[in-house]
Design a protein around this ligand. Sequence first.
Ligand code: ADP
Ligand code: FRU
Length: 303
Amino acid sequence: MSAAGKESKRVLMVGLLCQDILNLVDHYPTEDEDVRCVNQFWQKGGNAANSACVLSSLGETTEYLGTVSSRAEGSSALKEMQTFGVLTEHVVYSDCPIPTSCVIINTQTGSRTIIHGTRNMAELTAEDFSSLDLTQYRWIHFEGRNTIEVCKMMEIVEDFNKKVVSPDDVITLSTECEKSKYNMGDLFPKVDVLFVSKEYAESCGFASAKETVKKLLKRVKKGCTVLCAWGDQGADGITPEGAHYHCQAFPPEKVVDTLGAGDTFNAAVIWGLCRGTGLEGALRMGCRIAGQKCGQFGYKNLH
Ligand code: ADP
Ligand code: FRU
């Protein structure tokens, strides 16, 4: 096993890299309306890709892994991610158009409405994942999608963790249950940190972040921390021992763009937990950086 200390190892974010086309409008359009947007720009998107950029900006050595279009739009999204310092040497290329989201941002409220097209991009497989040298990583976060393959990838990490000699070489596993359409239950017993979105929580019938973390703690493995972000209400977290924390949101002067607020929150929480802030400190870091993100477009200069 690697002799390197935990601090010198990478955080790996596994999941989607896509193209986001942001349309900024001064009011939300009604059906069949013909509107002009006040601005329009393209940026890279995808939960794992967004979180990777934020983590890297915060100073963590971060790698992104996923399938990437080998066409021009794919290279440009990848390059954009690299400008944040994200390492990308293990991505798997596919000759397929880049998955694309058309996003409507209402500049009055900052709300983001996403219409996503996968464009038949293949998902990463456990076979792709199995070629990684896992001694390089301290933490692996899996975006909540492609659950059957992700389950197999987590098993590869679990096997690795069983064999390590030094506790410093154990890889922390996390995932996010974000979209209610994915059945994520099989991943619950595998992770050390579980992020749950408001959408997922509500689809389980939970009415608050507090209720979500308390109820889900009973369904995860021993030793797992559970967090749930709840938009402008901030976020809650619970330690494996059942200590519950709430953190208020940090509202910016004006909310202009909430796209990727959750991805930013996850990244900042992982940063905090890697730096030993404890859950309360990590929640605060998550809400502070996510609040800052909501007050600006894109993910640059978050600190
Ligand atoms: P998602 O992007 O997954 O929908 P959320 O909307 O739950 O994620 O937001 C994640 C975090 O971002 C929240 O916990 C909060 O800290 C911050 N946040 C979201 N919306 C706002 C807002 N309007 N004002 C301030 N902070 C916000
Ligand atoms: C934001 C985001 C966007 C992307 C969409 C995919 O959380 O990652 O960048 O278009 O979600 O669902």
